[in-house]
Design a protein around this ligand. Sequence first.
Ligand SMILES: [Zn+2]
Length: 277
Amino acid sequence: MSLTLYALGVAVLLSASFFYLFGYRSWRRRRVMAKPFPADWQTILDRDVWVYRHLPEPLQARLRPLIQVFLDEKRFYGCAGLTVTDTMRVTIAAEACLLILNLPLSFYDDLRAILVYPSAYRVPDIHREGEVLSESSGVHLGDSWQRGKVILSWEDVVAGAGHHQHGHNVAIHEFTHQLDQADGSADGAPMLRSSNALRTWSQVFSKAFDNLQKTLEQGHSELIDPYGATNPAEFFAVVTETFFERPRALHREHPALYRQLQQFFDLDPLSWTRAGD
Ligand SMILES: [Zn+2]
């Protein structure tokens, strides 16, 4: 009898946890998305987020509720004395949600906190050579951690969000790492729709990664930032910056890469940039 009661208790607890994890989350998301988009957030998008002004209207309409959910679920923390404002939260959320306009919201389920520094910040970098560990201090514009954290320099977020097309966008870079990490490993290959797609993705990306390394070794310059040659995860993040910032150039110089990113994000930034951009 007591065993039956115990089993019943466990079953009730499991169903409650299941509802909390999945049912409650989607119920709350639907509720948040149904609320009107705040007028002062709209002003921030129109004034400060270049890509929002250039998106076709149907994509703008998809982006706004995603921003509402993102801001409902993620916590922002100011670092080095910074007070986080709505301008910072809305701008960062807009760049993050641009990436998941046509992807499931669940890509950001593990992301909990965004830490914002006023500008580039120093962090200790640990290096290992054999058994010897050494520590130096590096200047970072942003970081993405596996345990649900993104760190950003606000000054550099503004530089990226204020005007796409110069090729650099730290927010897009760090949130791309989060998409990459959503399947548990930061390896430059996010969750794709089929294993067939993964095979093509791997072929196209490893070829382009090797080519970038060779080009840089020969001392030539490349459209793709040299930092992309660090490893496949950085390559994916850097190429995604180029995809959203300089789609025309990426499409011209690396059509196969462009096509893979277009298929994964289910977006075509070429269609919302003018010729010559
Ligand atoms: Zn990176």
